[in-house]
Structure formats: C-alpha cells, structure tokens
Ligand binder design. Sequence first.
Ligand code: ITT
Length: 210
Amino acid sequence: MLEEVDTSPSDKRTLWFVTQNDHKYQEARRSLDPFGIKIRKLASPKTEIQSTDLGDIAKFAAKEAARKHNRTVVVEDSGLFIRALNGFPGPYSSYIHATIGVEGLLHLMNQKRRREAYFQASLAVSSPKATSQEFSGRVNGTISHKSAGKQGFGFDPIFVPKDTRKTFAEGGSQFKDRYSHRAIAFRKLALWYIKTKVQTRNQFCRPAEP
Ligand code: ITT
C-alpha cells in the first residue's frame, strides 16, 4: 500500500525510501538511526530498467520517483552474486527468490565446491532538481550447504558472511547490521547527508560581507 503522503513543511527535510520491502526499510532505518537521520517508507511501485549494473537500476528509479513524488528519495537495488554461477542471480535476485527460491538456488549449487558469493547494495539519492548521489556496500561470504535460520528475508538463510560461522538468518538483526552490504551503503549515505547538511547550514550562518 502507498504510504500516506505528507505535505507538511517538514516533509522537505525527510528522506523517503522508495521500497515495497519492509525488511530493507527496517534495516535502513536501523543503520541511519545512530546518525539521527530519519527516513520514511514510500511503498510506491518503481521502474526497474534492464541492466546488469545495480547502480544504474537504482539511479533511474530514484530520478523518476523524485520527480513523480516531488521530494527527495532514496532507492536501493541489491542482489546476491555467486561466483560458481558467474554472478547469478545478481540483478535478478528478487525474481529468482520469488520463483525458484532458496531451495532452488541451493539445488543449482549442488556439487559446487567453490561457494564464494557476495551481496551488493547500490543506493541512489535523488531530489526533483538535484543530480543524484550514489553509494554502495558489499559483503563477501559463502553459500551454505543447507538453509539455516529463520530471521531476515530473501537469501539470508544461505549466506554466511566471511570470517563468521552463521548465516544472516541465524545471526539476527544485530549480526546483520554489523556485516551487511545494506548497512555499509546506508552508513556511507549518512556521512554524506550529514556533511551536506552542515555545509548548507554554514552557508546561511556565514557573516555578511563588510
Ligand atoms: P524493492 O525493489 O521494493 O526495494 P525488492 O526486494 O524487490 O524490494 P530488489 O529489487 O533490490 O528489492 O531485490 C533484491 C533481492 O535480492 C531481494 O528481494 C532478495 O531476494 C535479495 N537480497 C538483497 N539483499 C538481501 C539481504 O540483505 N538479505 C537477503 N536477501 C537479499
């Protein structure tokens, strides 16, 4: 359902996350909270162009959504890239999860000895007039031999971050926030956002020329 449209003046300072995936939204919120940055969810459908570049997919959707909703938005495109499958499912992760699912992917990984994989999240922030900013995060790991854990979403039950022994779904939210591609990308966004706000404020606070 489309979130209620907020037209109050404070709306201008709100960052809207265009997503229909509540797990993504909750993870983003948790990553931005320590920086004092509030986001809200805009569960509006968006255009996903055909591309192998997650950044391009996010950028196109963000520009379109910023114009359509006349506000500053962030869009994230993410995916799981498995080395033994030449990067599959990558940008098709959402579709593959909805069709063959976790068990289907494990089946494709049957007999594969090399199990390295990574998750990537690409973010694009766009406002109706400004050019967009991009941030990305990546976490390396391996694909487990069987599904484990009940927390999280998507491929969390089969992804074990590097140097750990648990899947994201076994580890839970603190574990996920410590290692995830999404947390890394949103922390980068937070640092940029704070820097941009400080610069804007300083422009207004600068003493007038004598
Ligand atoms: P929105 O487009 O509405 O934001 P979505 O879930 O369709 O939601 P994507 O198009 O970016 O988002 O799809 C990424 C898919 O990759 C996602 O549906 C999962 O199957 C998988 N994925 C991405 N990040 C993940 C994570 O942190 N944990 C588990 N699976 C993840």
